[in-house]
Design a protein around this ligand. Structure first.
Ligand SMILES: *[C@@H]1O[C@H](CO)[C@@H](O)[C@H](O)[C@H]1NC(C)=O
Ligand SMILES: *[C@@H]1O[C@H](CO)[C@@H](O)[C@H](O)[C@H]1NC(C)=O
Ligand SMILES: *[C@@H]1O[C@H](CO)[C@@H](O)[C@H](O)[C@H]1NC(C)=O
Ligand SMILES: *[C@@H]1O[C@H](CO)[C@@H](O)[C@H](O)[C@H]1NC(C)=O
Ligand SMILES: *[C@@H]1O[C@H](CO)[C@@H](O)[C@H](O)[C@H]1NC(C)=O
Ligand SMILES: *[C@@H]1O[C@H](CO)[C@@H](O)[C@H](O)[C@H]1NC(C)=O
Ligand SMILES: *[C@@H]1O[C@H](CO)[C@@H](O)[C@H](O)[C@H]1NC(C)=O
Ligand SMILES: *[C@@H]1O[C@H](CO)[C@@H](O)[C@H](O)[C@H]1NC(C)=O
Ligand SMILES: *[C@@H]1O[C@H](CO)[C@@H](O)[C@H](O)[C@H]1NC(C)=O
Length: 553
């Protein structure tokens, strides 16, 4: 979820499209902009287990000996990097040499598909998530986002579809030509909220990758005679994100009885670390949209120019404005992520995709990163859970979005797992990374600029909060250094240098366990959840704060 997106600000109405949704098979040529959808499975048609008994009834499975648990993070010669986004088809920008020289899918902010980020991004060019010499991974904490989904309810694409549909029905209609000709019979084919097929694959693939990398940590559960608890939230896509992850990790149908999945109840007014905005009031007003406001202002002149260019291909009752350009860029991302290809993508230049990405960078920095007054407060819940897990002690003070019912006992909140896996929304993960004080994610330039198109700011939404984003925290035992227990943190396969007081620069991103834990506790004590989430303080201007903390007055 992204609340208060660029367009939520541009048009406060939660509009769906103008008319009723039609079956895709009954659309006429004059139906441009109409919402269409298919329905599978057909009502009443269900699988027939009598005619088609399952494998438990049929028997004869053949030999099933197991091998060792894989532990590639420790044993492979190098770490597997993730670059492909099969089976999506991504065209070139309108002025690009080809689709390879400038990959537009890496400029879609939180709508980009996840990929392995260049290890040099945060200054540790020679660090790899593969375990450094003389170290062994003894525990891993995974925190990941759902894969690609449809737009959230009321997002810009459906508003744009409504505008096109209205134009079709208005006096004179409209005619599009040249690169926009497809718009004459374009219909709105996206649902809302749900994972797309590609999105399911992303979470399944991460489950497979996690088993290949960290499988051996399961031996710890085997020795203890117990199975892991893995956690997600109650929204349909969040449940299915975890189901796809565990299907990849444990296999189908093994996941059904090899893991306990804990579901956090996700709705306004509830406490949960995976969606802290449900309890943090100020996250849902102007305090929570410092970045969105700045991003909308930043894009306006660029998108107005793009609108001017594209309007030359339109006649009749349809005129594009800046917010339509934002919606059309989003349609490029969403249609590709959901349908595999989008005719909107080739309409835009490389620089327009750079502007689009930078707007997301500004938005996430200001809403959920170090330029936000409410981010660290929201991320405090995950921070406290992490401290609890690393310190092997239950939370005692309920001063964040943590949920005392689920986190208050070791049965539903185990403290001794060798492997943790939590799924969440990207805004919650970004809030958590801010609460964790991963300042290296913003680099020295501190925040993406709002006064110019920049190619050298470090903070990038597509690198931190893409669909399927992956945060990994490794606990390692290293010889012969003292103390031997070390921690490092990894965002989309780029190792992030740690800046807790006492952490020394380390080429592999290592810092002593106790030093990190002390830093996390210090950070926790800096964050005033009640003030940030419920207080009345001066609305900070984008760029004026650098800590993710609310100003005191
Ligand atoms: C389309 O027309 C309807 C009915 O007049 C109106 O309520 C809606 O706001 C219009 N949508 C857009 C995006 O202009
Ligand atoms: C567009 O449609 C509106 C509403 O039907 C009408 O008032 C206006 O004159 C039309 N404009 C053009 C250029 O056709
Ligand atoms: C963790 O602790 C609980 C409660 O003490 C125990 O039941 C469980 O077996 C332990 N699990 C592991 C993996 O050590
Ligand atoms: C904590 O989670 C439980 C289980 O989902 C839920 O019933 C309860 O209302 C939540 N508590 C708060 C304070 O939100
Ligand atoms: C860490 O655990 C110790 C020992 O159980 C406990 O005394 C201390 O309060 C815990 N610290 C935090 C921050 O929870
Ligand atoms: C829910 O969060 C609030 C902070 O907003 C906290 O005061 C309260 O104790 C929490 N309640 C539970 C049951 O987790
Ligand atoms: C399992 O791993 C946890 C966390 O690293 C550790 O505290 C515990 O001792 C291990 N248990 C066994 C049985 O190896
Ligand atoms: C957070 O990181 C900054 C460096 O960016 C450092 O100066 C500060 O001490 C850190 N604070 C904590 C609590 O880790
Ligand atoms: C917040 O404080 C300002 C300035 O003191 C005041 O004008 C405003 O009404 C207050 N808002 C709320 C919600 O209390």
């Amino acid at each position: 979820m992204v609340h208060l997106s660029l367009a939520a600000l541009a048009s406060s109405a939660l509009l769906v499209s103008a008319g009723p949704v039609k079956r895709a098979s009954s659309v006429a040529a004059s139906d441009a902009g109409v919402s269409v959808s298919d329905v599978y499975p057909p009502t009443g048609a269900v699988a027939n287990p009598t005619l088609f008994p399952d494998e438990t009834q049929v028997g004869y499975p053949g030999p099933t000996p197991t091998g060792v648990e894989p532990f590639a993070v420790q044993t492979a010669a190098s770490y597997p990097t993730h670059t492909d986004i099969y089976p999506l088809v991504v065209p070139a920008a309108s002025d690009a040499k080809d689709a390879k020289s400038f990959d537009i899918s890496k400029y879609w902010g939180n709508l980009s598909p996840q990929y392995s980020v260049n290890p040099a991004q945060y200054g540790l060019a020679n660090a790899s998530p593969a375990v450094p010499d003389k170290c062994e991974v003894v525990q891993a904490h995974l925190y990941f986002r759902h894969g690609a989904r449809y737009p959230t309810t009321g997002a810009p694409p459906s508003t744009f579809a409504g505008k096109v549909q209205n134009a079709t029905q208005a006096a004179g209609g409209f005619t599009a030509s040249g690169p926009l000709a497809f718009l004459n019979d374009w219909t709105y084919k996206l649902g809302a909220e749900l994972l797309t097929p590609f999105g399911r694959k992303q979470n399944f693939d991460f489950g497979v990758a996690s088993r290949q990398l960290y499988g051996k940590l399961l031996n710890n559960f085997t020795e203890a005679g117990t199975i892991p608890v893995m956690r997600t939230q109650s929204q349909d896509r969040m449940v299915k994100t975890m189901l796809n992850f565990v299907a990849g990790f444990f296999g189908v149908p093994e996941y059904q009885d090899q893991v306990n999945i804990e579901i956090e109840l996700e709705a306004r007014g509830f406490n949960l670390s995976g969606a802290p905005y449900e309890i943090c009031t100020n996250s849902n007003n102007a305090y929570g949209s410092v970045g969105s406001t700045a991003a909308t202002a930043f894009t306006k002149p660029y998108y107005e120019k793009a609108a001017e260019r594209l309007n030359k291909h339109l006649s009749g009752n349809l005129t594009l404005v800046a917010t339509d350009i934002n919606a059309m860029l989003q349609l490029c991302s969403y249609e590709t992520d959901a349908l595999g290809y989008s005719s909107f993508c080739p309409l835009f230049t490389e620089d327009e995709f750079r502007v689009y990405e930078q707007a997301y960078d500004i938005q996430f920095a200001g809403n959920n990163g170090f330029q936000s007054p409410v981010s660290a407060a929201q991320g405090k819940a995950y921070l406290e859970e992490l401290i609890s897990r690393l310190n092997h002690s239950l939370i005692t003070e309920w001063d964040s979005a943590t949920n005392a019912t689920q986190d208050g006992n070791e049965e539903t909140f185990p403290l001794n797992q060798s492997l943790y896996a939590d799924a969440a929304h990207e805004v919650s993960i970004m809030d958590a990374l801010t609460a964790l004080n991963l300042t290296a994610l913003t680099g020295d330039t501190a925040f993406p600029p709002v006064d110019k198109l920049s190619t050298d700011h470090v903070y990038g939404a597509s690198r931190i909060v893409p669909f399927g984003t992956q945060f990994q925290l490794q606990v390692l035992e290293c010889q012969p250094s003292v103390p031997t227990k070390q921690i490092r943190m990894i965002v989309n396969d780029a190792v992030v240098p740690l800046s807790y007081p006492g952490c020394k620069p380390d080429p592999n991103g290592l810092c002593a366990y106790d030093t990190v834990l002390a830093g996390l506790i210090q950070r926790r004590d800096e964050i005033d959840f009640d003030h940030a989430c419920f207080g009345n303080y001066t609305l900070p201007e984008y760029g004026s704060i650098h800590s993710g903390l609310a100003p005191s007055a």
